[in-house]
Design a protein around this ligand. Sequence first.
Ligand SMILES: *Cc1c(COP(=O)(O)O)cnc(C)c1O
Length: 369
Amino acid sequence: MSRQTPAIPPEIQALVPYQPGKPIEELERELGIKGAIKLASNENPLGPSPLALQAMRAALPGLHRYPDGAGYELRTALAEKHGVGFGQTCIGNGSDEIIEFLARAYVRPGQEALAAAPSFLMYSKLVQVAGGRLREVPLKDFRIDLPAMLAAVTPQTRLVFINNPDNPAGTAVSKSELAGFLDKVPQGVLVVLDEAYIDFATDPEVAWGTDFLDHDTPVLVMRTFSKSAGLAGLRIGYALGPQEVIAAFDRVRQPFNTSILAQVGGLAALKDVDFLERTRALVKEGLETFYRCFEELGLFYVPSQTNFVLVRVGPQAKEAADLLLRRGVIIRYMGSYDLPEFLRISVGLPEENQRFVRALQEIMTRELA
Ligand SMILES: *Cc1c(COP(=O)(O)O)cnc(C)c1O
């Protein structure tokens, strides 16, 4: 008889593997079709930033070397762009990895982090892997409820995650709301602003964490090149915050956590203003297409400050998602986010958005009428 593998601790056994949006190739294999489209993972439909691609191509001959573990060039550019010290910047293998640094460096068994519910699933997973607990504060009218978050802080609370703008709701916290919240956060808590979607925010009232880095309450701002820069497959994100927090990350991280390509790609993307403008314009137009469709069908939706939108299809939402899949349109059914009547749709290219709109109209007026 072969020997057994070690027992998996019950708290690890209890974790559910993350369910990513279905890859296009997988759906095409399953259905035996071609030309499926994916509007499920909030990716940039324009592709990667062209300046990033160019820089990465030029860096290929250097791949026999280890990357610069300190990420000197990218972090220097981030420090300059945001007017902070080099020691207040860090980079990660996606901003997911920075959430992992936070959990590893600050959360021990018995300690807690706070986040809204529903929210990005990585917060709860990575806090639990570290042996801690994520306490969840329900959204109020699809917005993060900062007063309720404040009331939920306990002596065990180490981190408060504020996803701004929020995934999956698409709503954002305002400057005055954030300022009022930060003024009241007790000692010993780090406020983490996950700004994966901030580049898409169009409302001038939306709080940008970089305006709050000097607040008495310590704030860590996390950003990523995955969404607006079109580099989700590259895995590069960054954070800005107190020097002692970044120093703690350096203790818990792997020495070469970001690749050479990720560092040069991120650096070039930072300067690709033209691509960012094109992306923003595309997203604005795409959201308007979606809103018109939902209004025509009489469906409730949440106006978005991101590159995706949450829409209530009703008790048949799961069925609608399956029918869309059968038409080769991958969107996200929100059952695993505790929103069983909702779908989340990412903005695609104009023709992809049109295809989704036509498919949804058909489904709602025929199969599910
Ligand atoms: C996409 C996303 C991220 C960023 O993920 P990466 O690891 O940088 O690709 C972070 N937070 C939220 C809420 C997201 O939706």
